[in-house]
Design a protein around this ligand. Structure first.
Ligand code: NOJ
Ligand code: CA
Length: 708
């Protein structure tokens, strides 16, 4: 075998290697990680990963299988290349103004053993960083494989032999809007069974599938995040657990025919990623997933603007019986019925007068945008999934005067945000897409929130199958062509593609704040999302809930949110997103105007970030520096237990005094009994200050630090 760039080897040398196991190894730049890879006696590719001298991932198989060809055994190593890379890049927005991309790469070039009738070629490319590993399969153009009907991957993650703590949600093909289970391999079956009936894919639960990003805490402990990067042209990956063996294997989301994907060679798969550290803070700080994505493909990014927004939205969740639909007449058919002849149901908040109030509120409080849901024809029957109508994306309801609202918003310096709920009719959305985006631009809209509630039609694809991955990518590319920013809900979970397409400001793709009115989110939920879901990209979590008791609205709902008010402010730091909602009603913000001041002030784009404390599901404390000023912000949250956050301000420049404005839980605050009890105080701090900040049960703290 030849190291270096030479791919073709003398036949004799290859013959000598056939049938014998071979291995190669590299270490990460600091030496923390050591990767071993090669082929075993059957020619099956494998890898293993050591962390700080201990086995983290035991020898695990690699490969993929298609109807036309199997890339999982019978290989010899034809050549290997290694290269060391140390470079940085500047994201358009994010947690850091500059990101270091520092790794050792090993490309394992495999060929079928000599004598194979229809020899195949495949490269497995590994990138070993100081925060973990990425690897992908590269299928070059070749004589014996062209078009592949993909059946699965042979990728495994052998985490044994000891049991580990798993933070996971069930391997549903269609939704990720679940609370996490904190469980173990031994108890995974029980944990997943508890979701039965609440998910849309029972089969995935039966085979002990979980979704990525998955967080594992090993016995050592080492924190391990398993996910994927640059999911493009391929189905999303779930993980099937083999509980006894303490291992996971890749489970690619199929289409309804059971096919995992249709690939045209040459093709590179997404990267499989393993972020690991014995310090939980490193998982949060890791930029590995972004580093494995392609650089930005948008040349002029000056139109991409991080933003905060309010919206005609929470009104529909409060139990006041407000509707997205204009009419209660379910026979209404857009494009057929003349809506102006239908009576409004009188419970439709997306009306001109009400939207103007939101615009006024945004203008008064320096909030960049206003989202309006329920503005367009088609909502009459949406929740029963399109029995007799479709959404139209250029047809406002008669009580939504789009032209006057556009000029009114412009006169106040506020941007309107469009909403495209598709009710999962993705095919129809594609048909209307160009018209929909042109219409947005004609009306002065630069950002859209998309949604895919329901079962994908008309092709009966899954939300995370290859077809929907392709759809999401198509929408984002077309949006970029129209200079439109996107916040997608119910789309395939993010894998860092926002580096390549920074107009993809945010996604939902997890159980968001809206569930505070649908059963609630325990405080531990937001202590887990940054370790899991957020490793793929920012989440439109919709923080800023001030009225935490839904019975306040007097009708129907009795939900109590799993949070104190101060904690909602901290979420702007612990759940970073360049598109951040202030989700509550303007009237509730008027009631707590001094606390709302923090939401007015907090930036959504950062030049630096320091994770000060972290333990998955328990607590997170983070400091971030504003990209546009010298201000720092600190946010800390805890689970259902109160705690003292240890906030060491040594990241501040030495010798400089700062005024800290601290939005904290009052001493008697508790998310169950007294959630709205908060205090605002100021203190002078500097780099030697160490704050011992009490957080209430389910509470948090948010701080703004301004140079004096
Ligand atoms: C589900 C989304 O997550 C939510 O934000 C939206 O309001 C509804 N769909 C209606 O589109
Ligand atoms: Ca949703």
């Amino acid at each position: 075998m030849k190291k270096s760039n030479i791919l073709l080897l003398p036949a004799l040398l290859i013959l000598a290697m056939a049938g014998s196991a071979e291995a190669e190894s590299i270490s990460s730049p600091s030496g923390n990680f050591r990767l071993e890879t090669g082929v075993d006696e059957t020619g099956t590719p494998f890898y293993s990963l050591d962390y700080k001298g201990r086995k983290l991932v035991d020898k695990s198989t690699l490969g993929l299988v298609a109807d036309e060809a199997a890339f999982d055994k019978g290989f010899v190593i034809a050549a290997t290349d290694t290269v060391s890379v140390d470079r940085s890049w500047e994201p358009v927005w994010g947690e850091y103004s500059s990101i270091r991309d520092h790794f050792k790469e090993l490309a394992l070039h495999l060929e079928s053993a000599p004598g194979t009738e229809r020899p195949l070629k495949m490269t497995v490319r590994f990138r070993l960083f100081d925060d973990g590993l990425g690897f992908r399969y590269e299928l070059p153009l070749q004589d014996n494989a062209n078009y592949l009907t993909l059946r699965g991957e042979n990728t495994r993650f052998e985490l044994g032999p000891e049991d580990a703590t798993l933070f996971c949600i069930p391997g549903d093909y269609d939704t990720d809007e679940y609370l996490f289970s904190e469980t173990s391999f031994d108890k995974l079956g029980e944990a997943m069974a508890s979701y039965r009936g609440r998910h849309t894919e029972s089969q995935a639960v039966d085979c002990l599938s979980v979704q990525t990003p998955l967080l594992v805490k090993t016995a050592a402990p080492v924190y391990v995040n398993i996910h994927e990067a640059a999911l493009d042209g391929y189905p999303a990956m779930l993980l099937d657990a083999d509980a006894g063996a303490r291992s996971f294997s890749a489970h690619l989301v199929p289409d309804r025919l059971g096919v995992r994907g249709y690939l045209q060679l040459p093709f590179n798969t997404p990267w499989r990623t393993i972020i690991a550290s014995d310090d939980a803070r490193d998982i949060l700080a890791s930029q590995l997933v972004l580093n494995l994505n392609e650089p930005c493909k948008i040349e002029d990014t000056s139109w991409i603007k991080p933003m905060k927004f309010v919206g005609v939205w929470w009104e529909m969740f409060t139990g006041r019986q407000k509707t997205w639909a204009y009419s209660d007449d379910y026979r209404a058919k857009p494009g057929v019925t003349d809506y102006s002849s239908l009576p409004s149901n009188g419970r439709h908040p997306a009306n001109t007068a009400n939207v103007m109030k939101y615009i006024d509120f945004a203008a008064t409080h320096g909030i960049d945008g206003v989202l309006v849901e329920g503005w367009n024809e088609g909502w009459e029957d949406w929740a029963s999934f399109r029995k007799n109508r479709q959404f139209l994306y250029d047809r406002p309801y008669p009580d939504f005067d789009i032209d006057s609202l556009t000029s009114y918003a412009a006169s106040k310096g506020v941007k309107m945000i469009m909403h495209h709920e598709t009710a999962a009719n993705a095919a129809d959305y594609e048909r209307q897409l160009e018209r929909a985006f042109s219409y947005m631009k004609e009306k002065g809209y630069d950002a859209v929130k998309t949604g895919y509630v329901g079962a994908i039609i008309p092709r009966s694809e899954h939300h995370t199958s290859q077809w929907m991955v392709d759809h999401a990518r198509h929408v984002i590319e077309r949006a970029a062509a129209h200079k439109i920013m996107v916040d997608s809900h119910e789309a395939p979970r993010p894998t860092g593609l926002c580096r390549t397409w920074p107009n993809w400001l945010a996604q939902e793709s997890a159980r968001g704040g809206e569930f505070e009115s649908m059963g609630g989110n325990p405080p531990s939920h937001t202590c887990l999302l940054p370790f899991t879901r957020l490793k793929g990209g920012p989440m439109d979590y919709t923080p800023g809930l001030f009225e935490t008791d839904l019975s306040y609205y007097g009708e129907g709902k009795t939900d109590k949110a799993g949070t104190t008010l101060a904690r909602q402010l901290a979420l702007y730091l612990t759940m970073p997103s360049p598109m951040q909602m202030a989700c509550d009603l303007p009237e509730n913000y008027e009631r707590f105007a001094d606390a709302f001041r923090f939401i007015e002030d907090v930036p959504v784009d950062w030049s630096d970030t320091r994770y000060l404390e972290a333990e998955p599901g328990r607590y997170i404390t983070v400091a971030r520096r504003d990209k546009a000023s010298r201000d720092w912000y600190v946010g800390a949250i805890t689970d259902e237990n109160g705690r003292r956050a240890e906030i060491d301000l040594s990241f501040l420049p030495a010798g400089e005094k700062y005024t800290a404005t601290i939005y904290e839980d009052a001493p008697d605050a508790d998310y169950r009994t007294n959630p709205q009890a908060y205090r605002i105080r100021t203190a002078t701090v500097d780099s030697r200050t160490k704050l011992r900040q009490p957080l209430a049960a389910g509470g948090g703290v948010a701080m703004r630090l301004q140079p004096k």
